[in-house]
Ligand binder design. Structure first.
Ligand code: KMH
Ligand code: ZN
Length: 270
């Protein structure tokens, strides 16, 4: 098995400080959280940014400020979100890709998202993939359900993405595929040989799905974007606390944790 790549999803677009007062919001707070997560064992930082009033934004300026601060503190792979928040336009969502980060997310289908719809029609998929290819950015395919794997294979067929493909199975979103080990197995069995994959389990599915991925040879995403609790009724103190716990699970299962440069090699980044 490859060493374990841990992604820290620091804040997302939806979680608020009211829900967990430890949420990092400003560029300085996000950079400090990224630094702590790297120290704890994360090699990828999945990044969303916020405006001063805590609302989600895809502002290239705020992304740049945050990425520069992160780079000054640690060697992590920065993976910008192109999902942003529901309701944003494609042009708005694509802004951070022009900063040429090492990676960016590419959601390959629309999905009900709680009471909203996270809209990713075919034209968006092709546009996002084309811009990432032009900018030399490796996509992480965000699959919220199994059909989205097929949509990614369609992009591959069209030459808009290339192999090996890296998938993130986003599981347990209300509207997406439920976060069970049975469903995880089905997702893993549905991707082409030679692909890499990680799993982001929402809420209480974060730990069991992460544990399953460690055993199965996949990779794991944790963080406040997906889960604000350490255990039932107990809020997590920091993103790093969630990273440290998954490192302990990996240790129990004798799975070594990848450094950022080892993660770059596993993912085929330059
Ligand atoms: N905030 C969600 C609507 C991504 O980062 O690419 C979409 C999302 C996916 O978070
Ligand atoms: Zn995200």
């Amino acid at each position: 098995m490859d060493k374990l790549i841990i992604t820290a999803a620091l804040s997302g677009a939806e979680v608020t400080r009211k829900q967990n007062p430890n949420l990092p919001v400003t560029p300085t707070e996000l950079a400090e959280a990224a630094h702590q997560c790297c120290e704890a064992g994360a090699s990828i930082i999945h990044l969303h940014v916020r405006a001063e009033d805590e609302s989600p934004t895809q502002s290239g300026k705020i992304f740049k400020e945050t990425i520069d601060l992160i780079k000054a503190k640690c060697n992590a792979i920065v993976q910008v979100s192109t999902g942003g928040a529901v309701g944003m336009t494609a042009t708005e969502r694509l802004q951070p890709v022009y900063l040429k980060p090492e990676m960016a997310t590419l959601s390959t289908g629309s999905v009900n998202f709680g009471d909203d719809v996270f809209l990713n029609p075919p034209a968006y998929l092709e546009e996002f993939a084309r811009v990432m290819r032009e900018q030399g950015v490796k996509p992480e395919i965000e699959a919220f359900d199994v059909g989205m794997i097929n949509n990614a294979l369609h992009l591959l067929k069209k030459g808009l993405i290339s192999e090996p493909i890296h998938f993130d199975f986003v599981m347990g979103v209300p509207g997406g595929i439920p976060g069970t080990v049975k469903n995880l197995l089905h997702m893993v069995e549905s991707i082409p040989a030679g692909s890499t994959w990680t799993v982001a389990g929402m809420g209480r599915t974060e730990l069991p799905l992460g544990t399953a991925a460690i055993i199965m040879g996949g990779h794991v995403r944790v963080g406040f974007e997906d889960n604000i609790y350490y255990e039932k009724g107990v809020l997590a103190e920091s993103n790093a606390q969630l990273v440290a716990r998954i490192v302990r699970v990996a240790e129990i299962h004798s799975r070594a944790v990848a450094s950022p440069d080892e993660a770059r090699r596993i993912l085929g980044l330059k």
